[in-house]
Design a protein around this ligand. Structure first.
Ligand code: ZN
Length: 433
């Protein structure tokens, strides 16, 4: 075994307890081999990472994003979802070239690695470019092509759907198994019913999971209720879109019956608190969903509606907004927010990780607790939820490989990536205007 040892830190266990321990990783299998106090000496260690004064925790899992939207960060703000999409985002996206998506994705991957995220679920376009970036970065991901059929003729819509199914088949298992895929119709209102019916059936026949936006705003919920006299998730269920392997983003405006439906079917909900606040979409009933047994994950959504991909920001927002929504300061406590951003997200998107445990995948973030804003250390778990920043992450490991050591990203050239992304972003918005 080639052993990588993370030495001298404290380890966050799946029950949110914290213990002094070294973590030994088998870099051949990419799995955690052993966890225990002072065990490094028992192994013939090929490589070490210093974790003195640090907390060793599971890599964060960003369970809903559109990574390449980093290119549009700060391009259009302070507008509601519908006009923001129609007036600003979609016209710019219409000008995207494959190289733009590659550049924006690499920028986002660097931002995520630097803030302790090892795994993400992404809905966007030009998936082959995204998959290539993920492969180079060493991260783990579930990828899909975002399908929109409104304002398209039948032939264009069919092409879009075919692309969604094609990339889902082609890239599942890519990058030595670090990439998996899903079929990703954008939402129940942006893909026509006839296309949803056909394509969901095809995805099901091919055992491809589904990911879509649902119940994000009242503007999206109300037309479905008026037209069909049916709640959106009852409609989604009828279409066969609410299975255990499926996961939906947002779930802001869900009623008690819809929550029950999600819990019964084991369908994951990805809470995106910053995006929901910024677009004034509403407050998701996260504590109610947790109480009902729904698998809740956390996502940043795209950088244009956030405006960053820092999961520590996001899990703090989840804890804060959960309390505001429930009118109860004990709702969505620190442990719940941390669990949602790690194990909850991993389970919801159907990828391994989110837990530091023997035999589990070695997807790890090492957080440096030696900082003025983290003193005194009364409660490390509280700090993780309420005080740690993404920039406190010192090392990031995914699948047993070191992606960042002492804040230096090893798998992508940071300077070059930032420069290329900025050039491409400027040219993109110029074409769109
Ligand atoms: Zn989204």
């Amino acid at each position: 075994m080639n052993a990588l040892c993370i030495i001298g830190g404290r380890v966050l266990r799946p029950d949110c307890s914290v213990e002094n321990a070294d973590v030994v990783v088998d870099t051949d299998t990419g799995r955690i081999h052993d966890i225990g106090e002072d065990i490094a000496a028992d192994y013939d260690v090929a490589e070490t990472l210093d974790a003195d004064g640090c907390l060793v925790m599971p890599g964060l899992v960003n369970a809903h994003t559109h990574v390449a939207m980093t290119l549009l960060r700060g391009y259009a703000d302070d507008k509601p979802l519908d006009s923001w999409l129609r007036e600003d985002i979609w016209p710019a996206e219409a000008e995207l070239e494959p190289e733009d998506v590659r550049a924006g994705t690499e920028l986002g991957l660097i931002e995520m690695i630097r803030s302790g995220t090892t795994t993400f679920a992404d809905m966007y376009f030009e998936v082959p470019e995204i998959a290539a970036a993920v492969e180079a970065s060493g991260m783990r991901a579930r990828l899909g092509h975002g399908i929109v059929t409104v304002a398209k003729d039948d032939a264009e819509a069919a092409t879009d759907i075919e692309e969604g199914l094609r990339v889902a088949r082609e890239f599942d298992g890519a990058a030595d198994g670090r990439i998996h895929t899903a079929f990703m119709p954008h939402s129940l209102t942006t893909v026509d019913e006839k296309f949803l019916r056909e394509s969901v059936a095809t995805a099901r026949e091919n055992d491809i999971p589904l990911h879509f936006h649902a119940n994000e705003t009242t503007d999206e919920v109300d037309p479905i209720v008026e037209e069909r006299d049916q709640r959106p998730l009852a409609f989604a269920d009828e279409l066969g879109m609410i299975s255990e392997e499926d996961f939906l983003a947002h779930g802001v405006h869900v009623d008690a019956e819809e929550i029950e439906l999600l819990a019964e079917h084991g369908t994951g909900v990805i809470h995106c608190p910053a995006s929901n606040m910024k677009l004034a979409s509403g407050i998701a009933p996260v504590q109610q969903m947790l109480d009902a047994g729904v698998t809740v994950g956390i996502g940043t959504d795209g950088a244009a509606s956030n405006n960053d991909l820092d999961m520590f920001d996001e899990l703090r927002d989840a804890a804060m907004l959960g309390k505001l929504g429930a009118d109860d300061a004990s709702a969505v406590p620190a442990e719940a927010a941390i669990t949602a951003a790690t194990a909850g997200s991993a389970d919801a998107i159907g990828l391994p990780g989110g837990r530091i445990e023997e035999g589990g995948v070695a997807d790890i973030a090492v957080v440096d607790l030696d900082a003025p804003h983290l003193a005194p250390a009364h409660d490390v778990v509280s700090h993780l939820a309420y005080a740690v920043r993404g920039s406190d992450v010192r090392h990031t490991i995914c699948d047993g490989q070191i992606l960042m050591r002492d804040r230096e990203v090893l798998t992508l050239d940071e300077e070059e990536v930032v420069e290329t992304a900025c050039e491409r972003a400027m040219a993109l918005v110029e074409r769109a205007e």
